[in-house]
Design a protein around this ligand. Structure first.
Ligand code: NAP
Ligand code: HSE
Length: 435
C-alpha cells in the first residue's frame, strides 16, 4: 500500500464541536501535518442549513446537505461524526464503515447503544472507530481504558461526567443561582446537549457510564441498565444542609464490580468535602478509576465545550492519520470476554440523607425512627434544621448507615404515609469515598 499524499476528512456536523474541529484543521494545518506525517484535508462537511452563519468560514462548495456526498466521496478516508443523536448519526457511522472509511465520533448515545456492534464491524473491516470525545471532553479516559489500563482488573469508577449538570450544581451551591438560570448559561456556553433534559435528567451521564463500564469490565453494559436519577429535585436547602454535614452534592456516575455482578448508577450524591470529586467545579469533569495494579487514579479536566472536545477528536484523527501513513493495522480496541450481570438497584447498599418536613411537636421523631428501625435502617444522625413558628413545622435531616435500596424506597413510602410527616422533601444517597 502507498503512503497517502494527504488524508481526506469528511465532517458530519458543523455545530459547537464540528466548527472547532474544522477551525483547527484549517488553522493548524502545518503542526497537524507534521504530527500525522501527511496533511489532513477537510473535503466535505454535512450540515442541515448551508446558509447558516458559522464561527468558522469554509468555502461554500465544501458544505452539503446530502450525507452521501461525504460518505461516497472516494477522497474521504476518515469520517468525523459530530451531529449528535441516535439517528441518522448511527446509520451514517455504519455507512461510513461499510464503505471502508475510518470513523471518529463524539456521540455517546450511539456508542452507548450500538458501540459493540459498530466496533465489531470496524474490526471485521480492519478499520478504526475511535470515540475519545464521547466521554469526559479533553480527559483521555477512553484511551486509558482501551490501552493503558488493560493489564488491570478494574474494581470501580466514580465519576463526574456531565459538564452541564456540574456547572449547574456549582452555580447553585456557590452562588445560590436557580437551576434554570444556570442551565441557560450552560446552553449559551455550548455545554448542553441539543435536548438539555438529557443532561439534567442524567441520561447523558448514563450513556457515558455505560461506555466506561463496558470498557472497564469487558462486559456489555447497556444504557437502559444504568440506574438513573437527575438533578431536578435538588433544592438550595440540600446544598446548605449537606455543607453543614461536611459534604458537597454532585451528580455521580458509579460503576463497581462485585464478583460476577456490576453495579451501575447515576444520581446526585453527597460526597465528603475532603474528596477530590467534591472539589470538581463548573464544567470540569473527573473520573476516578480503581484497579488492582493502578490503585486509584483520578483524571480531571474540562468535560464539555468546543475546545476540550475538539482536543479529543483531533487526538483520534491524528492517531488514525498516523496509522494510514504507516500503513498500520488498527488494533482491536475493545474486548468483551466477560459476561457480568447488572445488579438490581434494589440490592445496592448506600448511606442516605433524608430531608423531611414535620410538625414541630413531641413524639414526631419516635414515629419516624420506628419506621426506619422496623426496616433495619440504622440512623447515623438526626438534626432538626429550620423551624417555622407560624406553621409550627420543622425540617428534619436524617443520615443513615448503609442500607439496601429496597428498604430505603419502602421507608420513603411509609414515611410519606405518617400523619406526623408533612412531606418527604428529598432523599439523596451518600457516597463515602476515601480522601
Ligand atoms: P450541535 O452544536 O447541535 O451541532 C450539530 C451539528 O450537526 C450542526 O452543525 C447541525 O447542522 C448538524 N446536524 C444535526 N443533525 C443533522 C442532520 N440530520 N443532517 C445534517 N446535519 C445535521 O452539537 P454539538 O454540541 O457540536 O455536539 C455534537 C456531538 O458531540 C454530539 O454527539 C454531542 O453529544 C457530542 N459532544 C458535545 C460536546 C459539547 O460540549 N458540545 C462535548 C462532547 C461531546 P446545522 O448547524 O446546519 O443545524
Ligand atoms: N452535554 C455534555 C455535558 C457535553 O454537559 O457534559 C459533553 O459530553
Amino acid at each position: 500500500m502507498k503512503t497517502p499524499q494527504s488524508i481526506g476528512v469528511g465532517l458530519l456536523g458543523l455545530g459547537v464541536v464540528g466548527s472547532g474541529v474544522a477551525q483547527a484543521l484549517e488553522n493548524h494545518r502545518e503542526p497537524l501535518a507534521c504530527r500525522v506525517g501527511a496533511p489532513l484535508e477537510l473535503r466535505k462537511v454535512l450540515v442541515r442549513d448551508v446558509e447558516k452563519q458559522r464561527p468558522v468560514s469554509l468555502p461554500p462548495h465544501k458544505l452539503t446537505k446530502d450525507a452521501q456526498q461525504v460518505l461516497d466521496d472516494p477522497a474521504v478516508q476518515v469520517v468525523v461524526e459530530l451531529m449528535g443523536g441516535e439517528s441518522p448519526a448511527g446509520e451514517y457511522i455504519r455507512g461510513a464503515l461499510e464503505r471502508g472509511k475510518h470513523v471518529v465520533t463524539a456521540n455517546k448515545e450511539v456508542m452507548a447503544k450500538d458501540g459493540p456492534e459498530l466496533l465489531a464491524l470496524a474490526d471485521a473491516k480492519r478499520l478504526s472507530l475511535l470515540f475519545e470525545g464521547a466521554v469526559g471532553g479533553a480527559i483521555p479516559i477512553i484511551g486509558s481504558l482501551t490501552k493503558d489500563f488493560l493489564g488491570n482488573q478494574i474494581h470501580s469508577i466514580h465519576a463526574i461526567i456531565n459538564g452541564t449538570t456540574n456547572f449547574i450544581l456549582t452555580r447553585m451551591a456557590e452562588e445560590g443561582m436557580s437551576g434554570d438560570e444556570a442551565l441557560r448559561l450552560a446552553q449559551d456556553l455550548g455545554y448542553a446537549e441539543a435536548d438539555p433534559s438529557n443532561d439534567v435528567e442524567g441520561l447523558d451521564a448514563a450513556y457515558k457510564l455505560a461506555i466506561l463500564a463496558t470498557l472497564a469490565f469487558h462486559s456489555r453494559v447497556s444504557p437502559g441498565e444504568v440506574f438513573r436519577e437527575g438533578i431536578s429535585r435538588l433544592h438550595a436547602r440540600d446544598f446548605r444542609y449537606a455543607s453543614e454535614l461536611g459534604y458537597a452534592i454532585k451528580l455521580l456516575a458509579i460503576a463497581k464490580r462485585d464478583g460476577a455482578k456490576v453495579e451501575v448508577r447515576v444520581h446526585p450524591a453527597l460526597v465528603p468535602e475532603g474528596h477530590l470529586l467534591a472539589k470538581v467545579s463548573g464544567v470540569f469533569n473527573a473520573v476516578e478509576v480503581e484497579g488492582n495494579l493502578l490503585g486509584r487514579t483520578v483524571f480531571h479536566g474540562l468535560g464539555a465545550g468546543r475546545e476540550p472536545t475538539t482536543s479529543a477528536v483531533l487526538g483520534d484523527l491524528v492517531e488514525i492519520g498516523r496509522r494510514l501513513v504507516a500503513n498500520g493495522e488498527p488494533s482491536r480496541a475493545v474486548q468483551m470476554e466477560e459476561s457480568l450481570t447488572v445488579k438490581a438497584m434494589s440490592e445496592v447498599e448506600t448511606r442516605c440523607y433524608f430531608r423531611l418536613n414535620v410538625p414541630d411537636r413531641a413524639g414526631v421523631l419516635a414515629q419516624i425512627t420506628r419506621v426506619l428501625g422496623d426496616l433495619n435502617i440504622s440512623i447515623a444522625s438526626i438534626i432538626q434544621k429550620d423551624t417555622d413558628p407560624t406553621t409550627q413545622t420543622a425540617e428534619i435531616v436524617i443520615t443513615t448507615h448503609p442500607s439496601k435500596e429496597a428498604a430505603v424506597q419502602r421507608s420513603l413510602a411509609l414515611l410519606g404515609e405518617l400523619d406526623v410527616v408533612k412531606e418527604v422533601s428529598n432523599m439523596i444517597r451518600i457516597e463515602e469515598l476515601p480522601s
